[in-house]
Design a protein around this ligand. Structure first.
Ligand SMILES: Cc1cc2nc3c(=O)[nH]c(=O)nc-3n(C[C@H](O)[C@H](O)[C@H](O)COP(=O)(O)OP(=O)(O)OC[C@H]3O[C@@H](n4cnc5c(N)ncnc54)[C@H](O)[C@@H]3O)c2cc1C
Length: 413
């Protein structure tokens, strides 16, 4: 329920216009508070491959009256099919009972489409556009007021390689939300010792022209191999989203890294089933996205003074459970709700942040931990351990897996 237009005493700046930051701005508007989103990139990106938006996030989007737009822009997935690259299906889960319960299963959607849908809705509903080309460069807190300097990225210095920015704006606000992702500048200001941790895996993501066989049309497939895995699903009527991950040393071991990544997916996945080669070689719709995979060790606290973190900035997770964006969306709703409640009762920012953290941290930390374990389990190399793992997965009743998923999809707010 919208509380309508109330004059907010708190001026809120959101640094980062990704899924988390944009959803927060929409949720704040929903609860009658105002905020401005500052995004480093010069414009909304047109590429960024796909996202599977799971039912927990879709329930939040429903509360914000956005779920139908996302369903219309994406493609519903209602079955999970987990396979071993040699021995075939390990587990097939029908998610339709969860759709009965939660209204949605999983929606596969292009990341760029989702972000522009959220940015458009924000501008339409609140009259506030995202401020692009605003990279947070420095933060100063004095007498409860936060001063933020934004710069615009100009490129790299040809001699030193250092990033060059020109100053574009300095603002003064009461509340700053760091929704600026894995390498958050806001988190760097609050907790300079906190470093992201390389998960030992590198990933590729791509959207290609193509259609899967009818029996796979509404299915997300993930195939596990030795130290690597490959996943895919339909993302639109004639478009397929695929991702691939492989064990690879970090950049501090350049020779070994080069060896692990040499030839990219075509070489690395040549021992996978033919559908994988078909997808790797299908004509691309957008450029391939290649990124290393990181997560964060749980932070003891997500806020300090008038500054708070959200999404990957607070609890970046490996993508193995397909939950990073969904957790950011849950954060966004709870933070907006907590701020609105505290504001209405004449409370403080700190009370709102404490309530937000108490509601969200346990689940988000659990996702980070489980996702990391899941990624290592998926990439097992030893034949004996893989056989043992496969046997356990095959023997586990579907009811047990469905309870795990149900736990993930259930909202506690
Ligand atoms: C291979 C892969 C696959 C994934 N698949 C899924 C999936 O299927 N489902 C799912 O739920 N999650 C998935 N995730 C995770 C998901 O992408 C992230 O968890 C999610 O994007 C986090 O949202 P966010 O808004 O917190 O951060 P981001 O999406 O990273 O957004 C942060 C924004 O902040 C901006 N920014 C950064 N620094 C600054 C600065 N200094 N000043 C201003 N702006 C700044 C960035 O440009 C960016 O737009 C996947 C991740 C990977 C790597």
């Amino acid at each position: 329920m919208s509380l309508g237009e109330t004059k907010a005493d708190w001026e809120v700046a959101i640094v980062g216009g990704g899924v988390g930051g944009l959803t927060l701005a929409l949720a704040l508007h929903h609860f009658g508070l105002k905020a401005t989103v500052y995004e480093a990139r010069p414009r909304l990106s047109e590429a960024g491959a796909g996202l599977w938006i799971s039912a927990n996030a879709m329930q939040v989007f429903k509360r914000l009256d956005l779920s139908q737009d996302i369903v219309d822009a994406g493609f519903e997935i209602n079955t999970i099919d987990l396979r071993d690259y040699k021995s075939g299906t390990l587990k097939k889960l029908d998610l339709l009972p969860l759709r009965e319960k939660y209204g949605h299963c999983i929606i596969a959607v292009k990341r760029a489409t989702l972000c522009s849908l959220l940015a458009d809705a924000l501008e339409r509903r609140s009259g506030t556009a995202v401020k692009f080309g605003h990279s947070c460069r420095s933060i100063t807190v004095r007498d409860k007021k936060i001063s933020i300097l934004f710069g615009s990225y100009q490129g790299c210095n040809a001699i030193t390689g250092a990033e060059v920015y020109t100053d574009v704006d300095t603002i003064s606000v009461d509340c700053l939300v760091g929704a600026d992702g894995l390498r958050s500048a806001v988190r760097g200001h609050l907790f300079p010792d906190c470093q992201s941790v390389y998960a030992g895996q590198s990933s590729w993501r791509k959207i290609v022209h193509g259609a899967l066989d009818a029996d796979l049309k509404r299915t997300s497939v993930e195939i596990w191999g030795k130290g690597k895995r490959f996943g895919f699903s339909q993302i639109a009527e004639n478009e397929v989203y695929w991702y691939a991950t492989v064990d690879a040393p970090s950049a501090v071991q350049p020779k070994h890294r080069l060896l692990a990544l040499e030839g990219g997916p075509p070489r690395i996945f040549q021992d996978f089933p033919p559908v994988v080669q078909y997808l790797i070689n299908s004509p691309p719709l957008e450029p391939e996205v290649h990124t290393d995979i990181f997560d964060l060790r749980p932070l003891p606290q997500w806020y300090q003074g008038p500054i708070v973190l959200l999404g990957d900035a607070a609890h970046a997770t490996t993508p193995n459970m397909g939950q990073g964006a969904a957790q950011a969306v849950e954060d966004a709703y709870v933070l907006a709700q907590s701020l609105a409640q505290s504001h209405r009762r004449g409370g403080t920012l700190e009370q709102a942040f404490a309530q937000y953290q108490a509601t969200r941290k346990r689940k988000a930390d659990t996702v980070v931990r489980k996702s990391n374990t899941f990624g290592r389990m998926a990439h097992l190399k030893s034949g004996i351990w893989r056989e043992f793992r496969n046997a356990v997965i095959r023997m586990t009743p579907n009811d047990v897996d469905m309870r795990e998923i149900d736990h993930l999809y259930k909202l506690n707010f």
